[in-house]
Design a binder for this molecule. Structure first.
Ligand code: AMP
Ligand code: ZN
Ligand code: FE
Ligand code: FE
Length: 275
């Protein structure tokens, strides 16, 4: 059983449509189970489900919510919740609104440095996405010839503290967790020890989150080295949390290290989480 529990389509900042992503999950990565977890949006679920039914693969309907914990950005994966649960819908709208409000401010900062993009330039890249993300701004920079690759934009421009970095609203982690659980879903902290959140996501923090309903920890992720994965497995074992693994696939928007199926979830852990 090949199970990948974290991927992005063009409904957020991936480059494949949900249909393309599901097709590649079957034909390229030979997965048995794939989760679609677009940033802050569930708009890809219907299309992905149709493709999954047609192509014969199990689709896990998910999301990756932008949250904040103790001043650090943390991504929370939510699975198989009711997408119509009003309090959760309202919070996601707030997060998406924060993305919309951030965009003109980022463009102003870029312009101060001689990089001139319009909101339409970014919209041409974010096409069917629920809202703009930094990767779409990066793509617009590539399209206008300012940089070569999406990743170059995160080198001094859009990365945290970069010249064109602007904060946006993110849901308090414990609130987002509560909303996913209230909506009948499962919740897993995504790549907990990438970029700054290793400082705040201690064993004590995971213990608090477990008491608030957390189901699992994503340990096998490209952002974690072997040591981090082992430590996170140990914490999960100690707290009785499920351990997951995933590619965090974004299509051509990221390197081969993020190839579909690059990291997988153990079938037994999958059963515990979603079986
Ligand atoms: P946003 O949610 O719009 O603030 O953008 C966050 C997304 O940008 C992440 O999910 C990644 O896909 C991408 N990203 C963030 N930081 C980096 C980085 N340092 N290098 C490459 N991509 C990044
Ligand atoms: Zn992303
Ligand atoms: Fe993430
Ligand atoms: Fe992701």
């Amino acid at each position: 059983m090949r199970i990948d529990l974290h991927t992005h389509s063009s409904r957020s900042d991936g480059t494949d449509t949900p249909t393309e992503l599901v097709r590649k999950a079957v034909e390229v990565a030979e997965l048995d189970v794939v989760a679609l977890t677009d940033h802050d949006a569930t708009t890809g679920w219907e299309e992905a489900q149709e493709a999954a039914d047609r192509l014969g693969i199990v689709l896990v309907k998910g999301i990756e919510i932008s949250t904040t914990y103790e001043g650090e950005s943390v991504h929370l994966l939510g699975y198989e919740f009711d997408p119509g649960h009003q309090p959760l819908v309202a919070e996601l709208e707030r997060v998406l609104g924060g993305r919309d409000r951030r965009l003109p401010r980022v463009l102003d900062k870029l312009a101060e440095h001689g990089i001139h993009l319009t909101e339409d330039d970014v919209a041409a890249q974010s096409g069917g996405a629920a809202a703009s993300g930094r990767p779409h701004i990066a793509d617009a920079m590539v399209a206008k010839g300012y940089i070569q690759h999406r990743d170059d934009a995160f080198d001094g421009w859009l990365n945290t503290g970069g010249r064109a970095y602007v904060e946006r609203y993110a849901a308090p982690l414990v609130d987002a967790l509560g909303l996913v659980k209230d909506a009948g879903g499962k919740a897993v902290v995504a790549h907990p020890w990438s970029r700054g959140s290793d400082r705040v996501l201690t064993t004590a923090a995971f213990s608090e989150l477990r008491d608030a309903g957390l189901d699992g920890i994503e340990a096998d992720h490209v952002d974690h080295d072997v040591w981090a994965r082992e430590q996170l497995r140990g914490i999960a074992r100690e707290l009785g949390l499920v351990v997951t693994g995933s590619s965090d696939y974004h299509g051509t928007g990221k390197s081969e290290a993020f190839a579909l199926g690059a990291h997988l979830t153990d079938p037994e852990q999958y059963q515990r989480l979603l079986g």
